[in-house]
Design a protein around this ligand. Structure first.
Ligand code: SF4
Length: 476
């Protein structure tokens, strides 16, 4: 899982060096599996989807094996990592391994690509696709180096395939009975991610909110919001259950829309479809206790959502559209309906002070104590070039550190926050606290105890110890 070779790597150099190195044990296994798959399917076209930076190395090892075995097999690369980080791709050497690199939702680019490969469409009419223009046909004069060609981006504009019509995902041909289930934590909510296999589906394309200032709201996977009818979603669910024989679903939306979830719950109940499902949402007030109960009745077992920095000042700055007390009420509604709740938490947001961090942890402690959330994870804020913070850093009081020339991956960007807080040191305490809270430990301790490793005095929380309990006692 060689994330550092790809994540925000301005040049292809480290990846090229790794790919030129002798096989590791894992590479050998992958090589053998790739050859077996090639001889089973005998493909003309292979599509490699790379969801995260850490998956790129393995994808390119697969491509290496395929090209060595049969250079006439066409390979296209796409997926979340590509869509986020390779938007300014200018590295011709990548095309020694793959023939095409496509951006954003794959349906339209792939339909266009397949027509091109069948000679039914010209190259100029490819959609959101990087290609390599051939290297110089004649050898260059000695001393001028190799001509690897140049990368060209072709985007013949055509309408997207509507979300209503994208069809049903399939796992056909995969040995699902051999899926590896990992139990990395006893916390019943936290273990959902890796303990067991879930059918993955989205309720919508994109995010209906698309405002959070740390999020990639300028990219298609967030900004293009499209829904499908509840009947279509339920049909997809029925098809997947009959294909896989499994009834657990993970809705992998960035933020599933409440209206669509309600309609889907009604549809699941009226069809008497017995599934278990969980998903990711915004903790917004539309999720009333009644709606939480309806979702539970339709099979919802867990919800995750962003509380980010539990501070109303910072939630406003990040345009999250929620307040801490609102999150408390919504999460309590889910918990009371028997739905487990996980909170995504953040630290190190621009202008976040030590006091903000201590107060945020105090809020989180109280949310656990009052049974609003059962699980959480602290992520360090990272500034990406596609987010409102990265696009307008001055508005958030920070200064970006200029990037070197980029020919390969571009995403995270360093920044200077004049507040000068040592977030690394605070992060150690936050992670220790949340790990203990998830096991029901330390909930009555003063939150400052988690920061005892820091030099100097840590400020007292300014949040009253019963603030969340009081908020929950008030009518919504
Ligand atoms: S962080 Fe989540 S809710 Fe906010 S814009 Fe991004 S996807 Fe939407």
């Amino acid at each position: 899982y060689a994330e550092s070779l790809a994540s925000s790597q301005p040049t292809f150099e480290p990846m090229a060096a790794a790919l030129a190195a002798p096989f590791t044990l894992v590479d050998e296994i992958l090589h053998t599996l790739t050859l077996a798959t090639l001889s089973q399917h005998k493909p003309d076209l292979v599509l490699l989807s790379v969801p995260f930076p850490g998956a790129l190395y393995a994808a390119l090892r697969i491509a290496q094996t395929i090209k060595a075995q049969n250079p006439h097999i066409t390979i296209a690369l796409g997926g979340g990592f590509v869509n986020t980080e390779l938007r300014e791709l200018a590295e011709p050497r990548l095309f020694d391994l793959v023939d095409f690199v496509t951006l954003d939702s794959g349906e339209r680019p792939l339909l266009a690509l397949m027509e091109y490969l069948q000679r039914k469409r010209s190259k100029q009419r490819l959609v959101r696709t990087f290609v390599r223009e051939s290297p110089h046909p004649n050898p260059l004069p000695e001393g001028e180096g190799a001509d690897a060609g140049t990368v060209r981006y072709i985007n013949f504009v055509e309408p997207e395939v509507p979300f209503e019509e994208v069809g049903t995902p399939t796992w056909d041909g995969l040995p699902l009975d051999r899926y590896l289930s990992l139990l990395d934590m006893l916390n019943p909510m936290h273990r959902l991610w890796s303990d067991g296999r879930w059918n993955k589906l989205t309720v919508a394309h994109g995010c209906y909110w698309k405002k959070c200032s740390f999020c990639d709201v300028s990219l298609d996977y967030i900004s293009r919001y499209e829904t499908a009818s509840a009947a279509t979603l339920a049909d997809r669910i029925e098809t997947i259950v009959s294909e896989t024989g499994q009834t657990g679903f993970h809705f992998v939306d960035e933020a599933a829309p409440p209206k669509a979830l309600k309609a889907l719950a009604d549809e699941l109940i009226s069809r008497q479809l017995p599934i278990s499902w969980w998903g990711n949402i915004r903790f917004e007030k539309t999720f009333t206790p009644e709606l939480c109960q309806l979702l539970a009745d339709s099979g919802c077992i867990a919800m995750s959502g962003g509380l980010e920095v539990a501070s109303d000042r910072l939630l406003t700055l990040m345009k999250k559209g929620v307040t801490v007390e609102q999150v408390a009420r919504v999460t309590k509604g889910f918990s009371d309906a028997g739905i487990l709740v996980h909170a995504y938490l953040m630290y190190g947001f621009p202008t976040q002070t030590v006091q903000d961090t201590v107060d945020a942890l105090e809020y989180v402690r109280q949310l656990f104590e009052n049974g609003c959330i059962q699980s959480g994870f602290f992520h360090r804020f990272s500034c990406t070039v596609h987010s409102p913070v990265g696009l307008d850093p001055a508005a958030y009081g920070i200064e970006l550190i200029p990037l070197p020339p980029v020919t390969f991956a571009k995403n995270d960007i360093g920044f200077i926050d004049p507040s000068g807080v040592d977030h690394d040191a605070l992060g150690v305490g936050l992670r220790k606290a949340i790990y203990n809270y998830m096991h029901g430990i330390g909930l009555d301790e003063d939150v400052r105890a988690w920061f005892s490793h820091l030099p100097g005095k840590v400020p007292k929380p300014t949040v009253g110890r019963n603030r969340i309990a009081k908020a929950l006692a008030q009518p919504a």
